[in-house]
Design a protein around this ligand. Structure first.
Ligand code: ZN
Length: 224
């Protein structure tokens, strides 16, 4: 997890995720955490290396600094980030649908393979797979659709006790957490009911599963 040398594309993917928050509420507790802190957390790298990479992205015109020094994708940066996430999601489908890997395995391998395929190859993969709508973890292949759908979803952590919802997407940047979701049967398409909050517990498939704060924040659902 805490490997060195994440690529420019992996950083863009992370900034893209932070740029389009899911659900109504934007976490702003204790002021605005600088983006390098959140990017460092998500990628499992030091703040210093995240800061260095953000400087490089800024020098390359992929991000710019906003009024509060936050990192914003430029038009070029956003176009490239959207290509990166689309490619990542299609390669994941190649791994699961064609090569037989599990959904939990697919994310890490797709990151490793990202640079291998040209844009033309990615389009051919999409065609052969029948233009899939989503990656195995529920993230839409089409970024415009993804951004629209964000308004209809919420992190499970935002739901009150008694709420019913369907799982739509799983956060995938934390490999251990992703495996844990699948081990618990917390998969896209499953319905659940919130039994209690703090700590969060849900009823699922007739059983009950307790979730850590991190897990509840990384499970994106469509409230019923
Ligand atoms: Zn995925």
């Amino acid at each position: 997890m805490a490997q060195q040398g994440h690529s420019v594309d992996e950083y863009l993917e992370t900034i893209y995720f932070l740029a389009f928050p899911i659900g109504e509420y934007r976490p702003m507790a204790d002021g605005l955490p600088t983006v390098s802190v959140r990017v460092a957390e998500m990628l499992g790298v030091s703040r210093a290396s995240a800061g260095e990479m953000l400087k490089r992205l800024e020098a390359e015109g992929l991000i710019e600094r906003g009024e509060q020094k936050e990192a914003l994708l430029t038009k070029t940066g956003r176009a490239r980030a959207e290509k990166v996430v689309r490619k990542h999601r299609l390669i994941e489908r190649l791994l699961t649908d064609f090569m037989g890997y599990t959904a939990a395995e697919a994310h890490v391998y797709a990151d490793e393979l990202g640079d291998t395929f040209s844009e033309d190859m990615v389009e051919r993969i999409a065609e052969r797979l029948g233009q899939p709508d989503r990656c195995p973890h529920g993230w839409p292949v089409d970024p415009a659709f993804e951004q629209r759908e964000n308004n209809e979803l919420a992190p499970l952590a935002d739901l009150p006790a008694g709420a019913k919802a369907t799982i739509v997407r799983l956060a995938e940047h934390d490999g251990d957490l992703l495996h844990w979701f699948y081990d618990q049967g917390l998969e896209p398409g499953r319905e659940l009911e919130v039994r209690s909050t703090e700590p969060m517990a849900v009823r699922l498939n007739g059983g009950e599963v307790g979730l850590s704060d991190k897990a509840a924040a990384g499970l994106f659902v469509r409230p019923a």
